[in-house]
Ligand binder design. Structure first.
Ligand code: AMP
Length: 398
């Protein structure tokens, strides 16, 4: 069965068509600038060149229509007709406390996702538009919602409650939710496979280090803590997001800079992180790494602060699980940067970690990068959120 995986943003839409049985990618692509001048579709059947079409897309329904046309196109399409798409899996950012697992999309589910909109005002409404557009164009095709927050719903109360009046949790559900759950789940399961051990027997820490970045503690197959919170702003220093700060900084800066809370929040989301810390040098770790290696001061302080924060979270999660068997690196930076893995792991000598430099310099596949006698294993596991969404969708449809 072919599964169409849809990841809908406010003005973009990423898609992959995956054969759920062989788990092979059939085609993938991206619609950009939906509702904005200069919208374009990038479409790539597996093993072929990318094709770009600049064409107006007024809304997400039009964008999805173009995607479906491309997939069924006589010349470059990959299926003859839409009925060859057995199901659609939608990435949904926030499922609140309502969803601890993926679920078949019904009217009730749509209403429940809508209730979570205020927890993710930038993301959930866009995800819902994607669902509505697919429903309009493929009314008979079953759809499944796969939540970024679901994997973290197993966290115990002591990990998800904040030290603020309890009534805010009861009244507004202000608590830690965590994100990147599909990735943390996929990577931790895969790590158990690579180590040849039972998932349920292991204590694992997953470091998802990309433009957005988060760490999670996965004990015996269940998430017990994670670094992102009510929103994806908490935790690690990220590309442009600050991660943890003293909340009093918000008021302090609002006074000093004569800015509103909204303006300060924009700074914390869009102008902070490694971009801000490097004095606007770059939010891209490739630039920072090159400059770090050349000894540029701004990049040295930024990379060290980034790695320090990752190592600090790892230490916290070793404490949370009373031990650790494996530490996994994933996502753009975690998968591709031997340097960042070294900068983090050099702070973890107390865990008996030694890195095998030859392994650490390899790219692009599941790897154990610690030495054979390293007490705690260190792994690189390329994440594949689309495949994980296709698997979840297939499991529910079956
Ligand atoms: P993601 O959000 O997972 O797509 O990751 C994006 C981040 O990964 C960006 O900051 C990139 O600079 C970083 N990245 C991608 N490839 C590399 C690489 N080869 N070396 C260092 N960082 C990389």
């Amino acid at each position: 069965m072919n599964i169409l995986v849809i990841n809908c943003g406010s003005s973009s839409l990423k898609f992959q068509l995956i054969d759920a049985v062989t788990e092979q990618l059939i085609a993938k692509g991206l619609c950009e600038r939906i509702g904005i001048d200069g919208s374009q579709l990038v479409y790539q059947p597996a093993g072929k060149e990318k094709m770009k079409t600049v064409t107006p897309m007024e809304d997400h329904t039009q964008a999805i229509k173009l995607v479906l046309d491309a997939l069924t196109d006589k010349e470059n399409g990959v299926v003859k007709e839409l009925s060859e798409i057995g199901a659609v899996g939608h990435r949904i950012v926030h499922g609140g406390e309502k969803f601890a697992a993926s679920t078949l999309i019904t009217e009730e589910v749509i209403a429940a996702i809508t209730e979570c909109n205020e927890l993710a005002p930038l993301h959930n409404p866009a995800n819902l538009i994607g669902i509505a557009a697919c429903k309009e164009l493929m009314p008979e095709t079953p759809m499944v919602a796969v939540f970024d927050t679901a994997f973290h719903q197993t966290m115990p109360q002591e990990a998800y409650l904040y030290g603020i009046p309890y009534e805010y949790y009861k009244e507004y559900k202000v608590r830690r939710y965590g994100f990147h759950g599909t990735s943390h789940s996929y990577v931790s399961k895969k790590a158990a496979e690579v180590l040849g051990q039972n998932y349920e027997d292991l204590k694992l820490i997953v470091c998802h280090l990309g433009n957005g970045a988060s760490v999670s503690a996965v004990e015996h197959g269940k998430c017990v803590d994670t670094s992102m919170g009510l929103t994806p702003l908490e935790g690690l220093i990220m590309g442009t997001r600050s991660g943890d700060i003293d909340p009093a900084i918000i008021e302090f800066l609002a006074h000093k800079e004569n800015k509103s809370i909204d303006e300060i929040m924009t700074i914390l989301n869009k102008k902070s992180g490694v971009l801000g810390l490097s004095d606007n040098f770059s939010s891209d770790f490739r630039d920072l790494e090159d400059a770090y290696l050349a000894g540029q001061e701004a990049s040295v302080r930024t990379m060290e602060a980034f790695a320090y924060r990752v190592a600090k979270y790892i230490g916290a999660y070793v404490a949370a699980m009373n031990g650790v068997d494996g530490i996994c690196f994933t996502a753009g930076l975690g998968e591709n940067s031997p340097l960042i893995r070294n900068l983090v792991c050099k702070r973890l000598g107390y865990l008996g970690i030694t890195i095998d430099d030859e392994q650490n310099n390899k790219r692009g596949k599941d790897l154990v990068v610690s030495t054979m006698d390293s007490k705690t294993k260190v792994l690189v596991i390329p994440t594949n959120e689309e495949l994980a969404i296709a698997r979840e969708t297939y499991a529910i449809i079956k």
